[in-house]
Design a protein around this ligand. Structure first.
Ligand code: SAM
Length: 244
């Protein structure tokens, strides 16, 4: 059964799909027919099984079944990901969306190799947002994570106050302190992952001086595309919605 997000549900008996891209996709690509069933969800975590009644500029559907399904963790985790080369960012975005990430911030650090001009950055962000949209649909999430504009360590330092907990995965960190930070009551977390080349020690120092906790992800060196996914999984298991 095809699944679509709508911004709002008009009322609990009828759903109107008026997003032009969705309308065209449903009519031309999926060739959905009248009376066919669709799964519709909106940002309120309501899910509806509907039957298509008419298809013009808008697609009108009757609600057959309505259910409240929460697929969003009540621990909000933002990923600050050191800009990685090639298609790694697409893998990181796809997997972190499946694991319940809230928003993703591409992070520019000293050892980032990728160089993008404004036009290149805009194109990449659009491509990555599409990956996030598709992953959110596939994993049946009611929140579509946003891929934000690139941030530097400097503007990250200013944003740290917004979080209950900030964890920087540092490959040279010796203490295994991740576990002690994942306690009940933590509701808004930022996780910071370095690029392929890792972090400069002074980058870690400025973040720690601004309240971040440097943590180890164990004795092995993980690839940048593994580290964020591992950390997100551990957090969802320890205080999020994987262990429930
Ligand atoms: N160039 C670094 C080196 O060879 O030591 C490795 C960097 S690693 C490929 C990329 C990022 O993954 C690191 O900056 C860190 O954020 C994270 N990471 C990888 N392994 C880790 C570990 N064992 N503990 C903490 N963070 C780790």
């Amino acid at each position: 059964m095809h699944r679509f997000f709508v911004d709002y549900i008009v009322n609990s008996d009828e759903v109107i799909i008026d997003n032009i891209n969705d309308v065209n996709h449903i009519k031309r690509a999926l060739r959905v027919q009248i009376d066919e069933k669709l799964e519709i969800c909106d940002a309120s975590e309501q899910e509806y099984i509907v039957s298509v009644v008419s298809m013009d500029e808008q697609i009108i559907c009757n609600v057959i079944e309505k259910r409240l399904v929460s697929r969003e963790s009540d621990v909000l985790v933002d990923l600050y990901q050191g800009l990685a080369k090639g298609s790694k960012m697409e893998t990181i975005i796809q997997k972190s969306v499946e694991l319940g990430v809230h928003n993703i911030y591409p992070l520019l650090t000293k050892r980032v190799i990728v160089k993008l001009d404004n036009k290149g950055e805009k194109k990449k962000i659009e491509r990555w947002q599409k990956i996030a949209d598709e992953a959110a649909k596939q994993s049946k999430r009611s929140h579509i994570p946003e891929v934000k504009s690139m941030v530097s360590i400097k503007n990250l330092n200013q944003a740290l106050v917004d979080y209950d907990l900030v964890l920087i995965a540092y490959e040279l960190e010796s203490s295994r302190s991740l576990k002690e930070h994942l306690v009940e009551g933590v509701k808004k977390v930022a996780i910071i992952i370095g690029p392929e080349g890792g972090f400069e020690s002074e980058e870690v120092e400025t973040l720690v001086n601004n309240g971040a906790h440097s943590v180890s992800l164990g004795p092995r060196i993980l690839r940048t595309e593994t580290a964020g996914i591992a950390m997100l999984s551990i957090i969802q298991y320890a205080i999020g919605d994987i262990s429930q």
